[in-house]
Design a protein around this ligand. Structure first.
Ligand code: DC
Length: 231
């Protein structure tokens, strides 16, 4: 009997959206995923979940091996409802609001610098790649996780604009925020995310850089959709 070889099907396309905190990545990626009918990966939420799990399980933020193990066994679930892409569960408990606190943001940036944690989360992120496509939001989507992404976007905005957006976001969620603290935190996180040895925040050589300062969300989304149509 002869066996017919089935050609391996092409992997689902990925739209990689990287950039610093407050560049609008989250909102823009979620909108794009909804419009395209594609899956959505909020990779930052994974680092935030590791930070939160560390706090809950008493694992110190400088215990690289302990945090790596925690990341490898992370019991996390994301809402599959496209209308609620922000809903996240840790060990069965909804933690969406806790993940967005400033403490969790700062701790996430610390755990994200550890190669042990990044390695433990690698396959988990790649597993989000499913037909018809994936919008992947993070810092190293185009450089490390999906180097073969169909389109790579690197979003930026001035630090002042990013702090303003973050302020509004936190206030809208009823969370406490002070503008001065946010500017300082954003600058510190930027420095840590960009200077770290493991998968630093930087555009892939083939990424399209888009400065969103002063641009509406709609204008950014349309620009990215236009770029994707040309691919
Ligand atoms: O995008 P975010 O603010 O939710 O990310 C939280 C932290 O995780 C941030 O300090 C950067 C880090 N991060 C990362 O190192 N790599 C990613 N792919 C996503 C986020």
């Amino acid at each position: 009997m002869t066996q017919t070889r089935v050609p391996p099907s092409a992997p689902a396309p990925v739209l990689a959206i990287d950039g610093p905190s407050g560049s609008g990545k989250g909102t823009i990626s979620q909108l794009l995923a909804q419009r395209l009918g594609w899956h959505y990966l909020d990779s930052g939420a994974l680092y935030r979940l590791v930070a939160l799990a560390a706090l809950q399980h008493g694992v110190a933020l400088d215990d690289a091996a302990g945090l790596g193990a925690l990341a490898a066994g992370l019991d996390a679930r994301f809402s599959s409802d496209p209308a609620q892409p922000d809903k996240v569960y840790l060990e069965g408990v909804e933690v969406s609001a806790a993940l967005r606190s400033e403490q969790c943001s700062n701790n996430a940036s610390r755990v994200a610098a550890l190669p042990e944690v990044r390695a433990a989360l690698l396959q988990r992120q790649r597993a989000f790649r499913k037909a018809p496509g994936l919008v992947a939001d993070g810092r190293d989507m185009g450089t490390v996780i999906f180097p073969d992404a169909a389109l790579k976007i690197f979003l930026t905005a001035t630090p002042e604009e990013r702090a303003c957006r973050r302020y509004k976001q936190l206030k809208d969620k009823g969370l406490d925020a002070k503008m001065n603290d946010l500017v300082k935190d954003i600058a510190e996180r930027d420095a840590r995310d960009s200077a770290r040895a493991a998968a630093p925040l930087k555009p892939a050589p083939d990424a399209v850089a888009l400065d969103t300062t002063g641009m509406s969300i709609e204008a950014v989304v349309e620009r990215i959709q236009a770029l994707l149509r040309k691919k």
